[in-house]
Every structure is written in C-alpha cells, then in structure tokens.
Design a protein around this ligand. Structure first.
Ligand SMILES: Nc1ncnc2c1ncn2[C@@H]1O[C@H](COP(=O)(O)OP(=O)(O)O)[C@@H](O)[C@H]1O
Ligand SMILES: C=C(OP(=O)(O)O)C(=O)O
Ligand SMILES: [K+]
Ligand SMILES: [Mg+2]
Length: 592
C-alpha cells in the first residue's frame, strides 16, 4: 500500500497540518522539535510502506530522535492515524477528538472555533468515509430528518456515527428531527423533481394513486386538505418557491393554476394563504407530535440519540409531555429536547416554550413560509437573545449556504448571513440540503468553519460584543451561586486575559452557565460520561473532554495538567481559571 502525503507549515509550527485532508483523521507527531527550524514548505511524498507501520516505527524510537525510520529524517513531521495512540500512556486518561487536539496545538487556544456546526445527513453524506470527512471538517452534531429516508437508513446512519466516535475518538452527537404534522406533497411517484410552468393547471389531491402518477398531479398528505382550502386561496410550495391559485374543488381534488413557475421537489412543504395571511383551519388542530412521530421517537430513544428536535411546536405543553415520556422510557440516558421555532404560535409562546425545552432552533425554512420574509431576521434575533438569557443552546438553521447545493462557492449575501448569526453568537449553525443532498457538503462546512473563526476573532479583537443582561435563571440558592461563580469567572477570564477556563461538571450544567457568558477564551469542559460530552458539543465555546475525576479539585487539576501537558495541549505557564460544580470556588493559576 502506498500513501502520498503532503504537509505544509502553518504560522505556528511545530505542528504541521495536512494540506488535503485524507479520509482518515490524523494527529501530528514531530520527529524532533520543529520550531528551531525555518518554517519552510516540507513535503513527504509517496511513503512506500503502510502508514500505520510507518507511524509505529517512529513511535518505537522513543522521542523520535533522528532517523527513526529509513525514509524519515530528523526534522520531518509525520501524521499518525488517530486510532493509533500517539502517546500511549496519556491517551488512556482523557478523551478528546484528534481534530480538536490538532487545532489546539496548531493554532493555540484563542483561535479555536466557538460556534458549533450541525450537518443534516442525507444521500450525499451517509457513507462512513463521508461522515468521517464531515467530522474531520468540524461537524459537531449530525442531524437526521425523519421527513425523509427509511427507518433502516436512519439506523444505519446512527450506527455509523457511533462507530466513528468509538473508532476515531470524535464526540459527534446525533439529533433526530421529527416530521411533525406539516402538510406536504407526496414523493412525486419517484421522480427527482417536476417543473411547473406559468399558467399550467395542476391537481392537488388526497386520493391514493398508483405509479406513475397521472400527469400534473400531486399527492397531498393531509386528508382535510380539500375541505380546508377555498377557491381563490394561494397555495405556496416551500414557502413560495412555486405558487398556485386554487381555481376549482372537485371532491378530493383541488385544481390549481401555476402563478409563479418553478421546480417541485419531493415531499415539499405546502401552505395556503387567504387575503395575505396564512390559513389556519382544521390543520391548526393537528397534533404537534403525530402518531408517526411517536414511533420515530421510540426509535430514537431505543437508539440513544442525543437530541430530539420537535417540529412545529405550538406550546410548552407538548415539550413537557415529550420530556416526561422520555424520562419514563429512557432511564439514565438523558435525551435533550430542542423546540423548533417555525410557526406563528411558537413565536407567540416563545418564552414559555424555550423555558420548557433544552434548546431551540430558529427553523427559518418554515418560519419564512408562516410569517412575512422580512420579519424573519428580527424573529431570529429575538429567539437567539431569549435562548441566551434563559441559558438554552440555540441553533440558526436553513438556507445559510443554499446556493452551495449546486455551486462550490457561496454568494456574498450568504456569507453575510452566516456572519450575522455568528455575530449574534448563536450556539450552532446548521446545514440542511447543502450537506444532505448538495454537490459540495465538505466545502459548505468549510465555509461555515472559516467564516465562524474569522468573525469570532474580529469581534473579540474589537471587543464589540453586545453586553447582554443575563437574568438569574437558577431555581435554588445553590443554582444562583453557580451562576454567580460562572459570571464572575468569565469576567475575570476576560480581564486577566487567561488562556482557558476549565470546568469540571458531571451533568454539564456548570459548563452551559459558563458558555452562556460567551467569554473571550475557550472553555475546557471536563465531564465523566461520553453522553454528556456529546451533548456539550452543541454549546458555544465548549471543548468537551471525557475525564474520570473525583470531588478533590486539587487532584483533578493535577491530573488534568499532566494529561494535557503530555499531549502537548497545554504548557507550563499557561494561565487558567478553574471552576467546578462540586466545589463552589474560582481558582486562578498558572499551569505548573
Ligand atoms: N434522509 C434523506 N434521504 C433523502 N433525502 C434527504 C434526506 N434528508 C434530507 N434529504 C434531502 O435534503 C433536503 C434538505 O433537507 P431538510 O432541509 O432537512 O429537509 P426539508 O427540505 O424537507 O425541510 C430535503 O428536501 C431532501 O431533498
Ligand atoms: C429546519 C427546518 O425544518 P425542516 O427542515 O424539518 O423543515 C426549517 O423549517 O427551517
Ligand atoms: K423535520
Ligand atoms: Mg421545518
């Protein structure tokens, strides 16, 4: 087996980064200390033996002094596949993924990305290698949308993500997104799309047809459709991508004339409008969680997904109901419930919904079909702000880089939109079609990554953060103490310009309180279980580690310092502030 690898130096050697990320992830291993050498371009080409074998030869030579292996010379740097322990002793004690580790080593603490990235998985990204490429590219959460694909397919994706985490040390969380009781078209009888031309008459019907469908006929999934619509109503496909006017009703069939031509896609969402407002007739009475959704939720609980995102939430009640359902069924495991804000009712009841949930999503796709488009940006701003105040993670979703479904580069307007979400300091950004079925999923993810890092750096340097009043969210005195500790620790971290905040947290709560303060430095969150570690991966600025620790903070700190030092992730003299949810104190110290 022969590998062709290329390396190039970055501004902060000693660690080199791979120019083109290959399918496997790597950690970096210097043969000797590099920084004394000139930072020149260095290329190792065509290693003629297996890479695993090459790395083990280097490792066997202890500190890798000169000439460890015949084809490596003193100042070469080799990439070690991340499943090969790069420092066997220390690797046992602490779990962090190789990409984060390499990023910390290469760029230093300050430059790590704070905004988390979610990718919707679909046909373009469901292969193991494709999932791995996304994880290497910075995916923190993989989303599966239950509107699409079969149960078998979802099961396969979940298993692949779990295997990726186990084999490669990632902590990619899984978010299951329910279908909800939305009205949508059928699957077009298997066609990838259908073109509706101006003036054409199409039939929308709740009847069951065989395949192929009769010409210009669309199935609708909601039985009450023909009763709810009236002649003269406007029918919007996907929030206005294609428009029709209802001209005649014949039993279960609704005849419509196309007024805005366009491409109809399988299972596209349908809304109808009368006199300029969204019509909410019997469809408004549909349950938020349909019977199909309950089956999907049972499946999600059985598979141990990390988040369930609930579509078209109208009130806090449904969230409370789902949370108690999950608590009764998945003892021990703790699935977080995310409320998707995508309807008029969810905006009306925003505070109570968010308070009941473990997080929220600004689902701009459907939201833009329910309220006038020009109101979407202010709704986004308000949702992000309320979530931050109530200490709930918030995701900005839909059409962030829509043009990248087809093109390898985003529009300037899309970059500006992503920048604004980062500037608002949302916890996470989400890709939908860009990663599910687009042509350039890795490039789209890379754009989110680079824009996030750039905007975060800019706002930190300019110190232009909007000061936000963070109300007391604790329900007990102990909670209030934790909050005060986090607010003070974050403020101290900014004023003292510390390198990192450390938080030791069993449930993750203390880490979320620190994240809420959006401090200038990254937050190393140490937690004892892999499930909490995955869940923390949705929250702004948290670098989650799994680490066994005790109630003795001094020994925890010593253990952490030695493990992280052995991995080259921190060094003597670094200034850190540590807090924990076991001991109500703030410690400021230099790494010994
Ligand atoms: N599991 C899947 N199988 C097939 N196609 C999918 C899947 N998930 C997503 N897609 C495709 O990606 C598009 C964008 O995904 P998403 O925004 O989650 O769904 P929707 O467009 O239904 O809101 C979908 O319209 C669909 O074409
Ligand atoms: C994220 C959204 O939901 P879905 O993709 O499931 O329609 C949205 O509507 O923006
Ligand atoms: K959905
Ligand atoms: Mg939606």
């Amino acid at each position: 087996m022969s590998h062709s690898l290329q390396f190039f130096t970055s501004t902060r050697a000693p660690y080199l980064s791979l120019k083109k990320l290959p399918a496997t992830s790597y950690t970096w291993f210097p043969v000797i200390n590099f920084p004394t050498k000139k930072h020149s371009l260095k290329i190792i080409k065509s290693l003629s033996s297996d890479l695993d074998a090459a790395s083990s030869q280097v490792l066997e030579s202890g500190n890798g002094q000169t000439g460890a292996a015949g084809f490596l010379s003193a100042d070469d740097v080799v990439a070690v596949p991340s499943h090969v322990p790069s420092d066997s002793g220390a690797a046992a004690g602490i779990d962090v993924d190789s990409v984060t580790e390499a990023e910390l080593k290469e760029n230093g603490f300050r430059s790590t990305r704070r905004t988390k990235l979610i990718c919707t998985i679909g046909p373009a990204t469901c292969g193991f290698d494709q999932l791995e490429a996304l994880a290497v590219g910075g995916m923190n959460v993989a989303r599966i949308n239950m509107c699409h694909g079969t149960r078998e397919w979802h099961k396969m994706v979940i298993e692949r993500v779990r295997r990726l985490n186990e084999e490669k040390g990632f902590a990619v969380a899984i978010m299951m997104d329910t279908e909800g009781s939305e009205i949508h078209m059928g699957d077009l009888g298997g066609a990838a799309s259908a073109k509706a031309e101006d003036g054409e008459i199409w039939t929308f019907s709740v009847r069951a047809f065989g395949t192929p469908l009769p010409e210009r006929t669309i199935n609708v999934n909601y039985d009450g459709f023909a009763e709810d619509v009236k002649v003269g109503d406007e029918l919007l496909v996907d929030g206005g991508m294609v428009r029709f006017e209802v001209i005649e009703k014949i039993g279960p069939d609704v005849k419509c004339r196309c007024t805005d031509p366009g491409l109809l896609l399988p299972r596209a969402n349908l809304t109808f409008w009368r006199d300029g407002s969204l019509v909410r007739e019997r469809n408004a009475m549909l349950p938020t969680i349909s019977s199909k959704d309950w089956l999907d939720i049972d499946f999600g609980i059985a598979k141990g997904v990390d988040f369930i995102a609930v579509s078209f939430v109208k009130s806090a009640e449904v969230i409370n109901h789902l949370k108690s359902y999950i608590a009764a069924r998945s003892r021990g495991s703790d699935i977080a419930v995310i409320a998707k804000i995508e309807s008029i009712d969810s905006l009306k009841n925003l505070e109570e919904i968010i308070l009941a949930s473990d997080g929220a999503m600004v689902a701009r796709g459907d939201l833009g079909a329910q309220i006038p488009l020009e109101q979407v940006p202010s709704a986004q701003r308000r949702i992000v702000q309320v979530c931050r105040q109530l200490n709930k993670p918030v995701i900005v979703a839909s059409q962030l880089l829509d043009s990248m479904i087809e093109y390898p580069t985003p529009t300037r307007a899309e970059v500006a939109d992503v920048s604004e979400a980062v500037r608002q300091r949302a916890d996470a950004l989400m890709l939908s079609g860009e990663s599910a079925m687009g042509q350039y999923p890795d490039k789209a993810l890379a754009v989110l990554r680079s824009v996030s890092v750039r905007i975060e750096k800019w706002w930190r340097e300019e110190k232009r953060h909007e000061a936000m009043v963070l109300p007391d969210v604790g329900t007990s005195f102990a909670d209030s103490i934790s909050e005060e500790i986090c607010i003070s620790a974050a403020k101290m971290a900014n004023n003292l310009e510390v390198d990192a905040l450390f938080v030791y947290t069993k449930t993750g709560h203390m880490a979320s309180l620190l994240s809420r303060c959006r401090p200038d430095c990254p937050i190393f969150a140490f937690t004892t279980t892999t499930s909490v570690r995955r869940r923390l991966n949705l929250q702004w600025g948290l670098i989650p580690f799994r680490l066994g620790f005790s109630d003795d903070m001094e020994s925890n700190l010593n253990k952490t310092f030695s493990l992280l030092k052995a991995r080259g992730m921190i060094k003597s003299g670094d200034l850190v502030i540590a807090v924990s949810d076991m001991l109500q104190s703030i410690q400021v110290m230099n790494v010994p």
